[in-house]
Design a protein around this ligand. Structure first.
Ligand code: AVJ
Length: 356
């Protein structure tokens, strides 16, 4: 029952003020302060508060007339594994294409970023594409990978320190879609934000512009933004990429229901749901849903949710931009394009922008 949950009032009030992304960070930051300030605070404290935010988000998302679950919840351990498998699929062109662009143009891109850069990466993960940059940058001052997954981040940073001995590496555990700050000692006129992976495409257009505004505030007058985003293309190519023949993307999407069953007290009968990926031509984006095959009831921590046959839970957008569209979004954030690199099919774009 919602009312027996001690976090209800607190997160309920907060959620009126902040988007789920912002709320997520606020709790993360709060909890990380807690655990670092007191060794006596066991991890159970952190996990129960996180579980409570997750539960609130799931229950409120399923209570909407258009049911929804936030795509950030895809990435538990199993979900991250499945995402890595997606990146290896023949049909899933973005990862491979972006890496190809970075490999082919690494020295031109590094030249554009310039010397003595402070490089800040949003959603750094394993920093694979970044190594291509670091190998070519002229005497970078520092590399600050920002990621929500602390454990993975610190492991990656440790390996980078081994491989890039002279470089100052300062990992930051944060959700970059919220108002996080760079440590004062790293604020530089040569700050460049690196935001690969077309993660921006998962945001709604207003949210994407908001994020670009916060990036424009952080990058220095002689710094900029290096961003990777997916381009509009043939519908058949897009649909195959988000509904692959082997069904890995379906597993990735449906894992969210398994995760809710595992972590929250829920009883989704996952085999009675299917993965749906549609292309919305007007909005130029893939829209991903989980569709109920029949009429059914699902219980999540004491709350009952009804599904009609064919009813869908919205889980993710993946926007596919035209270059001019992206340029005008960036202009609204005070950023102007000064270089663009694409692949021979024009499937993916890597753009460098500077503050105006
Ligand atoms: C890499 C997070 C941008 O939208 O292509 C892949 C996520 N979802 N298949 C994307 C994703 C389904 C992906 N991002």
């Amino acid at each position: 029952m919602v009312h027996s949950n001690p976090y209800h009032l607190c997160s309920g009030c907060l959620s009126l003020l902040f988007s789920p992304f912002e709320l997520f960070l606020k709790v993360r930051l709060f909890m990380s302060t807690q655990s670092s300030s007191s060794a006596l605070h066991p991890t159970t404290c952190e996990s129960s508060a996180e579980a409570s935010v997750f539960l609130q988000d799931v229950q409120s998302g399923l209570a909407k007339s258009q049911k929804e679950l936030h795509c950030k919840y895809f990435y538990d351990e199993r979900g991250s594994q499945l995402f890595d498998q997606i990146c290896e699929l023949e049909e899933y062109y973005p990862t491979r294409t972006e890496l190809g662009i970075m490999a082919e143009h690494a020295s031109a891109i590094a030249e554009r970023i310039g010397s003595e850069a402070v490089l800040v990466e949003y959603g750094s993960g394993s920093s694979t594409k970044t190594r291509l940059l670091l190998d070519h940058l002229d005497s970078a001052q520092a590399y600050l990978p920002v990621d929500i997954s602390g454990e993975h981040l610190h492991q990656t940073a440790q390996q980078l320190r081994v491989d890039y001995g002279d470089l100052d590496i300062h990992p930051i555990v944060a959700d970059f879609t919220t108002s996080f700050r760079l440590p004062a000692s790293y604020v530089s006129p040569r700050t460049t934000i690196y935001f690969p992976g077309s993660t921006i495409g998962n945001l709604k257009t207003e949210e994407a512009i908001g994020l670009l505004i916060s990036i424009a505030e952080k990058c220095g007058p002689s710094g900029g933004l290096l961003i990777g985003f997916d381009l509009a293309k043939d519908e058949a190519v897009l649909k195959a990429a988000y509904d692959d023949a082997a069904g890995v993307t379906a597993q990735f999407n449906l894992n969210l229901l398994h995760r809710i069953n595992r972590e929250l007290d829920a009883d989704f009968d996952v085999k009675r749901f299917v993965h749906v990926a549609i292309y919305n031509q007007e909005e130029s984006r893939i829209e991903i849903f989980i569709e109920s095959l029949d009429e059914q009831k699902v219980c999540v921590a004491g709350e009952l949710f009804h599904f009609q046959p064919g009813e869908r839970i919205f889980t993710e957008y993946s926007h596919k931009y035209r270059v001019d569209q992206f340029v005008s979004m960036a202009a609204q954030a005070g950023l102007k394009m000064d270089a663009l690199w694409t692949d021979s099919n024009d499937y993916f774009a890597v753009m460098h922008l500077s503050p105006v």
